[in-house]
Design a protein around this ligand. Structure first.
Ligand code: GDP
Ligand code: MG
Length: 638
């Protein structure tokens, strides 16, 4: 289950597990006419109902569960589309590419954020979660070759003991060089070049070999058909009409509508109200058999009851819980506050709604002197945080101020007690207790770049306090670097900078690693002598001076001059390390308009009002939202 645990670890990871994990029937493949015709839907769109007796035709030996994993843009979603079409699960030309990417943010960014599960008919189910899979298609772009996420994905699948089928995709491109990719696969992963499938998800070339390879090379799910039902809870979300929907992999036994099941984690019992497959829309079947993946609706009230990685089993029987996953680890924390103080309720509602569908975000209420009531949210990683913000704004129209993202530091006091600090403001500047040691989380980063960029990338990594672990060449043109880096150093702007200094060629991925001892200090930002709690940050001692300078300079740029002088200071404890002064405004903005054009005056007033919405008044100083936003960028770099 190591791989499955890793899936939960970060949104960055989630992002690359694309859609489908079909399971296949050997006989279905041999008699495609019969099966496909019986499934063909006269209408466009997903097919209709599937009966439980149809599912009974697929005992474990006729089921294949697999994932599609790849570096971003190498073609997961497109390949999933083609396989769903090939199996008649969705109609060809359904007019919506990347069928399984449903969120607006996914469509805009062209990334797959939410793991989707689909059952193809040929097929009986799909789970993207490696825990439910026995194999994976490792897709590599024939022109781009192996990239950072390809490497991370490979090891994830490899450690989970999955059968890996290399798929070299996009062979239709003029710059495709499949032989070079085969060499890379051999050199990096010891994959026999003859194992690689060559495909174009665009033109359809080579796709006919994919499903037969899945059947041949991926084992059927293990499991005991005649044992009491035992299943792994892979994912859950909340549907306004149907309630909590759990995605499950039935490991042993069968699950029928009306069954009584219980959660191994909470001990609570439920009745199965509806059960079926994702085909790719929810399709009731009344039953799921050993080795099959599908959904269950059981009257759970909130996704909090549906713990991902939990074992659900026949009520009143005692079963050995499945290994499950490690609980999601929150690695990036940030305070979220309504941009307009009066919108707290709206933000609260939006967060509540959104976390119903994304149980991996942790939320606790917090109050800031500067920003009022808000929330401290924990995310699995950077992309996860970014996407959450974007969804709050896009799907709920929430206007959010977020504080400088931070990582879970550990501080040890003189009396031997240790605390995990998720909010720098919570760490008192002059604690009664003396801090004797601090630790910060690190990551192992994998960076792949054309060799000419090695110099600048090594510079960047050492600026970010990185320790080089590996430096090799993966082919004649490209180098692979591995670094241990403090997580804090990469959570803001690392990737942008990396892209910038490599003309966009670098690819980057990271995995969580251990904590390391570090010389950390809390830095306060003071406006007119008053600390602004929401701007406090924890920095490395050696960087404090520089970060402090940059923060106050940035703030000076973004805070508008007001009727009085404003001093902006960065301080560590009682020691001021940087200071700027914003002189008082001499004239009233409206002064210019006296006697002048009334519409212009109105416009100015309106503009001011508009601006106010995204202002925060701290003490007597108005701080525009952009100032907070800009602080996020500075706080970490260089
Ligand atoms: P994902 O990020 O791995 O899910 O990749 P997508 O499936 O979203 O594909 C990324 C881009 O590559 C899209 O613009 C696809 O249309 C394109 N693409 C996918 N497969 C192929 C292929 O075989 N050939 C070509 N030329 N383009 C492809
Ligand atoms: Mg995708």
């Amino acid at each position: 289950m190591a791989g499955a645990a890793a899936i939960q670890r970060s949104a960055r990871r989630i992002a690359r597990y694309a859609a489908a994990a079909p399971s296949l029937s050997r006989s279905a493949l041999q008699q495609p006419g019969r099966l496909l015709s019986s499934q063909a839907s006269p209408e466009h769109g997903p097919r209709g109902a599937v009966s439980g007796s149809e599912l009974a035709l697929y005992p474990p030996e006729r089921v294949r569960n697999f994932s599609i994993i790849a570096h971003v843009d190498h073609g997961k979603s497109t390949l999933a589309d083609r396989l769903l079409e090939l199996t008649g699960t969705i109609q060809k030309g359904h007019g919506q590419p990347q069928y399984l990417d449903k969120l607006q943010v996914e469509r805009e960014r062209g990334i797959t954020v939410k793991a989707q599960t689909a059952t193809m008919f040929y097929s009986y189910e799909v789970s993207r979660s490696l825990a439910a899979c026995q194999g994976a298609l490792l897709v590599v772009d024939a022109a781009q070759g192996v990239q950072a996420q390809t490497i991370a994905n490979f090891y994830l699948a490899f450690e989970s003991n999955l059968s890996i089928i290399p798929v070299i995709n996009k062979i239709d491109q003029p710059t495709a060089d499949p032989d070079n990719v085969k060499d890379q696969l051999k050199r990096l992963f010891d994959i026999d070049p003859s194992e690689a499938l060559l495909t174009s998800a665009k033109t359809g070339k080579g796709l006919e070999h994919v499903l037969p390879a899945v059947i041949e090379r991926i084992p059927s799910p293990p499991g005991k058909c005649d044992s009491p039902v035992r299943m792994l809870l892979l994912d859950s979300y909340y549907d306004e009409y149907k309630g909590v929907i759990c995605h499950v992999a039935v490991v042993d036994g069968a699950l029928c509508k009306g069954d009584k099941i219980a959660s191994a984690a909470t001990g609570r019992a439920y009745e199965v109200l509806d059960v079926g497959i994702m085909h790719p829309e929810l399709t009731p079947t009344g039953v799921l058999y050993t080795g099959q993946v599908g959904y269950v609706i059981s009257g759970m009230r909130s996704t909090k009851e549906a713990r991902i990685g939990d074992t659900l089993h026949q009520a009143k029987s005692t079963v050995e819980p499945l290994p499950g996953f490690k609980p999601a680890k929150h690695m990036v924390f940030s305070g979220l506050y309504p941009a307009d103080g009066s919108d707290f309720e709206a933000l609260s509602y939006a967060i509540e709604k959104l976390t119903c569908n994304d149980a991996s975000v942790s939320v606790t209420k917090e109050t800031s002197n500067a920003l009022g009531m808000g929330f401290r949210c924990g995310f699995l990683g950077l992309l996860h945080m970014d996407v959450f913000h974007q969804r709050l704004e896009q799907e709920y129209g929430a206007q959010v101020i977020s504080t400088i993202p931070t990582v879970p530091y550990i501080f040890e006091y003189g009396d031997g007690s240790k605390v995990q600090v998720e909010n720098p403001a919570a760490l008192a500047s002059n604690p009664g207790k003396r801090v004797v040691a601090c630790w910060e989380p690190t990551v192992i980063a994998t960076i792949i770049i054309p060799s000419e960029y090695v110099g600048p990338v090594i510079m960047l990594c050492s600026e970010r306090r990185g320790e080089q672990l590996e430096y090799t060449f993966i082919d004649a043109q490209r180098a692979l670097l591995k670094y241990r880096l403090p997580l804090k150093e990469i959570i803001v702007d690392f990737y942008n900078e990396l892209k910038g200094i490599t003309s966009g060629y670098a690819t980057f991925d990271y995995e969580d690693s251990e904590y390391q001892q570090s010389d950390l200090v809390k830095m306060d930002i003071l406006l007119n002598g008053k600390p602004v709690d929401a701007m406090a940050t924890i920095v490395h001692n050696q960087k404090a001076q520089r970060v402090g300078r940059e923060l106050v300079e940035k703030l000076k740029k973004f805070i508008e001059r007001q009727m009085f002088e404003i001093t902006i200071q960065a301080a560590i404890g009682s020691k001021v390390i940087a200071r700027e002064t914003l002189s008082a405004m001499r004239k009233n903005v409206l002064a210019k308009c006296y006697g002048g054009d009334i519409t212009r005056k109105k416009k100015l007033l309106e503009k001011q009002k508009e601006g106010k919405k995204r202002m925060k008044r701290v003490g007597s100083v108005d701080i525009p939202q952009e100032a907070f936003h800009e602080l996020l960028k500075v706080s970490n770099s260089k």
